[in-house]
Write a protein that binds this ligand. Structure first.
Ligand code: NFS
Length: 626
């Protein structure tokens, strides 16, 4: 099928192209249309030069040399304003990830106390391993007793006033020493986030370097703290992922079944939705309503969580959430927190789709609120799924239009699963890196953004890297883009360079490993730390690099900051709002190298971005003498 130039410029994903054309014919608006209406975007904002922190403002700094104001009313310069805006984004992102981690800690606590509804401790091996990290005794104790101590310990990380976050000690000793020297070894997670808000208040910290160091500190508390807690405790409660087959793209929606989309982030909700949808009573009810079954599919990071643990299909990534509703085949869009467009409310009103919010933290216009809590998790999930089943009768078959595209994928590569696939140790991976069969490892992550052709940034970057023998570990909306593009199948090794192809074929692995949701970037950190420790070097010495080709969220800013703080060179595919301060730009792209041994680069062309990463890996290999 051929599409207009306009549609082809918006996405490389065939299902998305098809739905965009359909939406246009129906006169339905999507994020792409709203983005176009927003153009031209505010030039001051794009450069990070607008300050609305106090009510003497808003102030804006002229980016031109000889005209316009150079200082805000308080005297803040471009450097100060840009640095403050940037680290407030880090605070927002770190808060989102870490609050997700806190909810998991809360669920573990209730489960250990026997007060949660439907949750259990599924991975006792991981429970014991984490207990050991925290110095919690395990001998002769019940899993509930151990879990209770662990829950108290991880809970305490958020409000800790002094001392380090325990999981940060997985980093190589040299890395920790470097953090200490730079003054960025984080204390409690909440404390570092609050300190950003304090320091960026009018008239507090007005040194761009000092501000950015605090941003890095809070981001480390996110990556090695809050996000890591989210990942590890999810594994304890729901099981550590193992390789499993799944499918991705809008074609996973089914014409003859009750379609339920679980969208958002926290597995605490989606795990119970998955369980409720298997309940015989609800299945009977669905059949009685004329449906052939109940089809739960995921969207965004919730999609990643439930596909990694259950093989549940993923309907799409961030920019596809509206398109899923436009298929007319969705009985319920169930959401919790993060990356949920408020536009869904108006859109769902054009269809029979019930937009169901569940978190007390996240309400939306046009949504029905069915509040979820962990004490009654399963019972509430049953009510929500039942509401979806009841809504099947309201579906208008004339409005249903589901694209056929769906791609098989292999997901579920937790750190433990990777080690297992390698035969129990990291040695085969280390050998392949040393021999050059694998040039390096790239962590490719992050969102979609209508500023860049949907999925093109992700797929073109990843394809170029695997061609050059770079093994990919992927999370978030990048993972979904790669799954849709067929890059998460062992057969995709045929697209890789000879070295990587050989390794993948020998081990039966895809060249792009799905490591989970965005909080699961903590898994990537853990792997990097393990490889660095095995080689007796720091993470910054490794031939590894990161990229966020289509990033948009504050969470992505926090991720970028902690990945660079961990010593990993990172390429951004959309331009961050910092260019209004050449000094801050220089800190991020150059000076950071002297402080944390890594820096950012910005490259909007994904193939060029890939080559920046490859050049970096080559340099690191040379320095290591391999
Ligand atoms: Ni990550 Fe997950 Fe996607 Fe971006 Fe949003 S879903 S936590 S922020 S948009 S990758």
């Amino acid at each position: 099928m051929s599409y207009s130039e306009k549609i082809l410029s918006k996405s490389v994903d065939p299902a998305t192209q098809q739905m965009l054309e359909f939406a246009e014919k129906q006169g339905l608006e999507t994020a792409w249309d709203r983005y176009e209406k927003m153009l031209p975007q505010c030039g001051f904002g794009e450069l990070g030069l607008c300050c609305r922190i106090c009510n003497m403002g808003p102030c804006r700094i002229s980016p031109f040399e000889d005209t316009g104001p150079k200082k805000g009313v308080c005297g803040a310069t471009a450097d100060i304003i840009v640095a403050r805006n940037l680290i407030r984004m880090i605070a927002g992102g770190a808060a989102a990830h870490s609050d997700h981690g806190r909810d998991l800690a809360h669920t573990l606590l209730l489960t250990a106390q026997g007060k949660s509804g439907g949750y259990e401790i599924k991975d006792e091996v991981k429970l014991a391993a984490l207990a050991k990290e925290y110095g919690i005794k395990t001998n002769g104790r019940s899993k509930e007793d151990i879990a209770l101590d662990l829950a108290h310990s991880v809970y305490a990380e958020f409000g800790k006033q002094e001392g380090f976050v325990q999981f940060s000690r997985r980093a190589p000793e040299r890395r920790v020493a470097l953090w200490k020297k730079a003054g960025i070894d984080p204390r409690g997670i909440d404390r570092e986030i609050v300190e950003i808000m304090h320091r960026t208040h009018i008239g507090v910290d007005n040194d761009p370097v000092n501000l950015i160091l605090q941003g890095l500190k809070a981001s480390i508390a996110d990556g090695w703290g809050g996000s890591c807690i989210a990942t590890e405790i999810s594994d304890v409660l729901f099981g550590t992922p193992e390789p499993v087959r799944s499918q991705a793209n809008l074609g996973v929606l089914k014409k003859d079944e009750v379609n339920i989309i679980a969208h958002g982030h926290e597995p605490v909700l989606s795990e119970m939705i998955v369980a409720a949808a298997r309940d015989p009573r609800l299945l009977d009810k669905a059949r009685a309503a004329g449906a052939e079954g109940i089809n739960v599919v995921g969207m965004c990071c919730t999609g990643n969580e439930i596909s990694m643990r259950h093989g549940i299909p993923i309907a799409g990534n961030f920019l596809q959430q509206e398109l899923a509703v436009i298929t007319g085949a969705v009985e319920a869009m169930i959401v919790d927190v993060q990356c949920i467009m408020p536009a869904l409310g108006d859109l769902c009103e054009c269809f029979h789709t019930k937009f169901i919010s569940t978190s007390p933290k996240a309400k939306f216009p046009g949504a029905v609120h069915m509040e979820f809590n962990e004490e009654k998790g399963f019972d509430i999930a049953m009510e929500i799924v039942e509401a979806a089943v009841d809504n099947y009768a309201m579906r208008n078959p004339d409005k249903v239009f589901i694209p056929e595209d769906k791609t098989d994928c292999m997901v579920g590569f937790s750190t433990e699963a990777i080690v297992k696939a390698l035969g129990g140790t990291l040695d085969p991976l280390l050998d392949a890196i040393k021999s050059g069969a694998i040039k390096g490892i790239a962590g490719i992550v992050g969102c979609n953004n209508p500023k860049i052709k949907h999925d093109h940034g992700h797929v073109a970057l990843v394809e170029e890297l695997i061609k050059n023998n770079v093994l990919i570990v992927s999370t978030g909306c990048n993972a979904i883009a790669c799954a849709k593009a067929g890059l998460m199948l062992p057969e995709a090794a045929d697209q890789a360079g000879d070295g990587l192809k050989g390794v993948c074929k020998a081990l039966g692995l895809p060249p792009v490993l799905h490591m989970g949701s965005c909080v699961d970037i903590s898994r990537i950190l853990t792997v990097c730390a393990a490889v660095a420790n095995a080689l007796g070097v720091d993470i910054s010495d490794l031939p590894v690099a990161g990229a966020a080709p289509e990033w948009m969220s504050e969470k992505a800013v926090s991720i970028g900051a902690y990945v660079v703080s961990s010593g990993i060179f990172t390429v951004l595919g959309t331009v961050p709002q910092v260019l209004g301060s050449p000094f801050v730009t220089e800190i991020l792209t150059k000076i950071a190298n002297d402080v944390v041994g890594a820096a950012f680069a910005v490259e909007t062309d994904p193939v060029k971005g890939a080559h920046l990463m490859i050049a970096h890996m080559d340099a690191k290999r040379q320095a290591l003498g391999i």
